[in-house]
Design a protein around this ligand. Sequence first.
Ligand code: CS2
Length: 496
Amino acid sequence: MPRLSSGTAAQLPASVRQPGYDRRACGVGIVHLGIGAFHRAHQAVYTDDVLSETGGDWAICGVSLRQRSVQAQLDPQDGLYCVVERDGSGDARRIIGAVTETLFAPDDPVALVARMADPGTRIVSLTVTEKGYCHDPASGRLKLDDPGIARDLRDPAKPSTAIGFLVAALAARRRAGHSPFTVMSCDNLPHNGKMLAGLVEAYAHQLDPSLAGWIGREGAFPSTMVDRIVPATTDEDRAAIETQLGLQDEGVVVCEPFRQWVIEDRFTQGRPAWEDAGAQLVEDVAPFEDMKLRLLNGSHSMLAYLGYLAGYETVAETMANADFEKLVRRYMQEEAEPTLALPTGVDTDGYQEQLIQRFKNPALKHRTWQIAMDGSQKLPQRLLSVIRKQMECGGSFELASLAVAAWMRYASGRDETGQGIDVRDPLAERLAALAADVDGNADGEPEALVASYLTVKEVFGEDLPRSEAFREALGGALTRLYAEGARKTVSKTAAS
Ligand code: CS2
């Protein structure tokens, strides 16, 4: 089967939308770090829409910092790939042309720094996942003892981390007398722009305080809220697309039809007219971020840990159990929503209902195991933020605590049948060691496990471990999870 590429695209079925612009005429204006499935189904789609509407030098150079596979998928295809939007009513397929170049950073770090420092690069955006920021999730501060950061500080001209690349390229621009590019984080982190600015400045300060000062004065780090559910592409997806396109597409991504992007409008050197593609440009993105992190991502993590322990493979399967749906609805309404301060006009009830339907999308195989990854990096902004806010105003945090307790059992590395769990998390080893001797069914042991997990300051900070009420809520929930299993615990809790 021939491969999708500029040369073969003419053979595609007419039902598949193609880039309606001359790709060769669009210079690269954006370097994107972390060109995984999410970026290809989100920012690249918005950018493809803008290029179709108005053209311009806003093509994307997509960079992988860790996995060579993306380059191997996209290079032979001239950067073209198919986005499949999927729900119960069928598939819509379109080819995206916005990515015109790919780089694998470890091949030639100096070349990537030069690409970013090139005056044509006006935006550097990132989807490197939570752990890619090399920060302490509870405090948001740069971890100077992170092995990647420590390495990059020793050899700053040949970095390996996103922060190292940003600072090396900004320094090169300053030396050449150019203004900084805009740095735009597109990860699910609170105040992602502001936090990233802090990390970049902290790292730059280690090298040269005047560089940190220049970045602080001249740089721009708009915060963004990004949203689209994009499960990891499977071999089955790749096989199916071949039949549908009549061409092999190794870069295909499958996602839900919904997409949302809220961006703070602060760019040093312009930006594509993403609003023409439906993005919302606002003064302050924080309320939207909190809404998404606590309602969508908080519920997602709740479903991932409890659903996985209950033996469900996907979010949709978990949601098909009415008790889980009820639990998530109650978590959103009773615990997460009261913590939000939204601008008038935002319909939170409608948003929650839409989330329930998105989670139930039967056509998306979004694995609970995938969402369960990197819990230590995700819990603070998704669930612990809700718990802190509810504590402040005397509200309930029982359901969020159940989700955190489920994470604890999951992170212990043993499921309800005694099988090992493949826990992917930067702290996985430490979390497994903390749980090594626990026999969850022995009296008092779940409480002891709670106590030892609460010593993980990167996750819980200094304040939460001191709360007796939180400790009790976790202890009660974890005891129930060990004694009765996730399904029964969810059923009883949802009905209580
Ligand atoms: C998910 C997110 O994997 C996860 O942790 O919660 O990737 C989620 O699908 C996206 O944030 C949706 O926009």
